[in-house]
Design a protein around this ligand. Structure first.
Ligand code: ADP
Ligand code: MG
Length: 701
């Protein structure tokens, strides 16, 4: 897609030059004309609408008012010096105020003349004013870009503004590029796709995204460019998947043998849910194809992912392969190890654990056993990835809580066998469908959307600080019934010291409410050495302590069925998905469980919505959708390192339909033309070839 003119360095655009070019590069990543064209307005101002002074309201965003300057004076001294003018229409008068560019205003704004003033109205002492309005003489003079009914607004920065590259300045540059090079813009989408989805050409779209003829053309331009953006992400994701599937053979797990049978018939202490059965079936199908499996299992906390993982690992064992399971923290790895060892260790298979705290001596032994094939299932942390860890025949890797591991780490696991092992990724962070399509678009996705029977929904309440004694009273009642309680405090880097003080003050208060020797409190926070954490966790797990005070280190995966109360302090400071994760620590036993969200009296609108949502629903998928709406995709856990979410135009909340269309289109294309050899797909083939040279394929093998 080389366009001679569009690839010109931005420096050579009229009025730019080396200095401004450097700032454009540094601040906005704009190197070439094409980059500039790809820098879209972030909103538009409707310049067809004029407000009357009497209609003004402080809630209004930017408005334009047509009126005559009826007064102008300079007041104040030195840095307080300012010009105040009066703009009058037939309904009233407002003040216009300037603190800067006084000389210009002095010379150019004339008393008695009619202007269009444009800016954000604010109210002071009952009258309206606009500071630093844009003023245009009326009627507007005709210009190249003039008479736009929808005026584009571009993001700019302080630095850029110093070089007069504000929104208006960017608009001028866009006009130059469009005038000189629009004809160079090439189409990127095949004609049949444009036709099918009634999309305008790329050329037209770029013109109207910067200089919309009207709102209808703007909509067409946006739709076209959003589609393109999402389409190429999907094309890349699905091309990766496609190529991977063509390139990598997979171990065939055709046999359901002694391990799976014995486990299922003699050991499994409960009936699997339908969702668990369905997912296991999906995994069975995947692992018989002779193609490497890459499957994500999404399931709410407590939906029973561990059993699914275990049965998959036993399936690998039945077929003569080893399996491993990797967890993001030591605590979790141990917990998995214990629960799995309790079920199948000793009697059925050989399970081992490897973490950062495994001693050198144990490690040496373990390495030898692994290589000799004397270990069937290895559970551990990142330690599993190290090159020294060599398997005899690794057939399946289960990764718990995917988002903590990067692509690079995943790839390292693949290399542990000549034929890469099947990969099963588990995440307890339900993510919205659109997000899954984007972040995990190259994986197959299974959903465990059903909790084991007999689970009572967690009863969630929101209490204010003033109701704290009620909360303590409730804790006492529940502890008296033999239950255990979590109390979680926020701890974030930015306010770490203060947070730790809160935690300590909270513990003081609790010690007073719950005196020894009747009550024992475990304390776990991120600043403690691992061994201490483990010790405190163990005391809680074994029921020696009734209360576990913790920061969010307990967030993922910890399982103590007897703990039935979760108290979250400063709940308004947690994100929705994090709150949901925390709540998932309870409700794991047969007892009715409770979650109490403590907050101060003052809540932001968003904070209130989060707490309300938590009280209203237990459904993780629903919560994730609301979280996406509230925060946007960039802040959702799991999205940080994906990199695919730097969307320029498309919005994963608002543009779900376009995303679905784009994805379906790509799926159809690969179904009909897996290698993109048809002439009508030539454009797409060039794109994937170019992309794939640098990524996944070569790295992975
Ligand atoms: P998660 O999906 O959060 O990892 P776990 O696998 O830890 O959930 O399961 C939570 C609890 O539910 C465990 O105590 C587990 O033994 C139990 N469990 C899992 N599946 C079932 C089932 N089908 N019926 C009853 N209990 C189940
Ligand atoms: Mg789990």
């Amino acid at each position: 897609m080389l366009n001679a003119d569009l690839d010109t360095t931005i420096e050579f655009l009229k009025g730019v030059g080396p200095k401004r070019a450097e700032v454009l590069q540094k601040e906005l990543g704009i190197y070439t004309y094409a980059d500039l064209l790809g820098f879209y307005p972030f909103r538009y101002i409707d310049r067809t609408r004029f407000y009357k002074v009497s209609e003004l309201d402080p809630e209004l965003p930017y408005v334009q008012i047509l009126g005559r300057i009826t007064g102008k004076e300079t007041i104040g001294e030195k840095h307080k010096k300012r010009i105040v003018a009066r703009l009058t229409d037939e309904t009233g008068t407002i003040e216009l105020v300037w603190f800067q560019s006084l000389k210009w205003v002095e010379e150019n704004i004339m008393r008695g003349k009619v202007y269009i003033a444009f800016g954000k109205p604010t109210v002071f002492n009952g009258s309206f004013s606009i500071s630093h309005p844009e003023l245009e003489p009326y009627p507007r003079p005709a210009t190249v870009t003039g008479n736009l009914t929808l005026q584009p607004v571009y993001n700019s920065t302080e630095k850029l503004k110093k070089f007069s590259i504000d929104s208006k300045g960017i608009q001028k540059l866009q006009a130059l590029v469009i005038t000189s090079c629009l004809s160079e813009v090439r189409e990127t989408l095949p004609a049949y796709i444009l036709e099918k989805y009634k999309l305008i050409s790329r050329k037209e779209a770029l013109l109207h995204i910067h200089f919309p003829a009207d709102s209808k053309m703007l909509q067409h331009a946006q739709r076209r460019l959003k589609f393109e953006e999402l389409f190429f992400i999907q094309l890349q994701l699905l091309a990766n998947k496609q190529f991977r599937e063509l390139k990598f053979k997979g171990h065939r797990f055709c046999l359901v043998g002694n391990y799976v049978h014995t486990f299922y018939q003699d050991i499994l202490p409960f009936e699997l849910t339908n969702a668990q059965k369905r997912v296991i079936k999906e995994i069975r199908t995947d692992t018989q194809r002779g193609i490497q499996m890459n499957r994500l299992v999404q399931g709410d906390v407590g939906s029973g992912k561990t059993v699914v993982a275990l049965m998959s690992m036993l399936l690998a064992n039945d077929n003569g392969f080893q399996a491993c399971m990797m967890a993001p923290t030591e605590i979790l790895a141990r917990q998995h190890y214990h629960s799995i060892f309790e079920l199948v260790g000793d009697q059925l298979i050989r399970v081992a654990i490897l973490t950062g705290t495994t001693t050198k001596k144990q490690r040496t032994l373990l390495h030898a056993q692994l290589e000799a094939g004397e270990i069937d299932i290895l559970i551990g942390t990142h330690a599993l990835i190290e090159d020294k860890v060599v398997f005899k025949n690794l057939g399946l890797v289960v990764i718990d809580e995917q988002h903590r591991f990067g692509v690079e780490q995943r790839a390292k696991l693949w290399r542990k066998n000549a034929v890469p092992p099947h990969i099963l990724v588990m995440t307890a962070t339900p993510i919205p469908r659109t997000l899954a399509m984007t972040i995990y678009g190259d994986l197959d996705v299974s959903v465990i959307d059903e909790l084991p029977a007999g689970r009572k929904p967690i009863d969630t309440r929101h209490l204010y600080e003033g109701q704290r004694l009620r909360m303590f009273g409730f804790m006492k009642t529940e502890i008296a019934k033999g239950r255990q309680v979590y109390v979680v405090y926020p701890l974030i880097k930015e306010s770490e010291k203060l947070d730790l003080l809160h935690l300590e003050a909270g513990i003081e208060q609790m010690r007073y409410q719950f005196p020894l020797p009747d009550y024992q409190i475990s304390i776990v926070h991120g600043k403690m050495p691992n061994a201490d954490k483990q010790f405190e966790m163990d005391r809680f797990i074994t029921g020696k302590t009734q209360i576990m005070v913790a920061t969010t280190v307990i967030e993922v995966g910890v399982n103590v069925p007897n703990a039935s109360v979760m108290i979250i302090e400063n709940a308004e400071r947690f994100g929705l998905s994090q709150l949901h994760q925390l709540r998932g620590r309870v409700g794991r036993g047969a007892e009715q469980s409770f979650c109490i969200l403590m907050s101060g009296n003052k809540l932001s609108k968003e904070g209130r919505k989060r707490l309300e949502t938590m009280v209203r629903t237990n459904n993780g998928f629903e919560i994730s959708e609301i979280d996406l709406e509230l925060r946007g995709p960039g802040d959702l856990s799991g999205t940080q390192q994906s990199g695919v979410l730097d969307l320029k135009l498309a919005d994963l909340v608002k543009d779900q339909q376009i995303l679905q269309e784009a994805r379906n289109t790509v799926i159809d294309i690969f179904q009909q033309d897996p290698l993109l050899t048809l002439p009508e797909n030539a454009l797409l083939k060039r794109f994937t070839d170019k992309k794939n040279r640098g990524i996944a394929l070569d790295k992975i093998s």
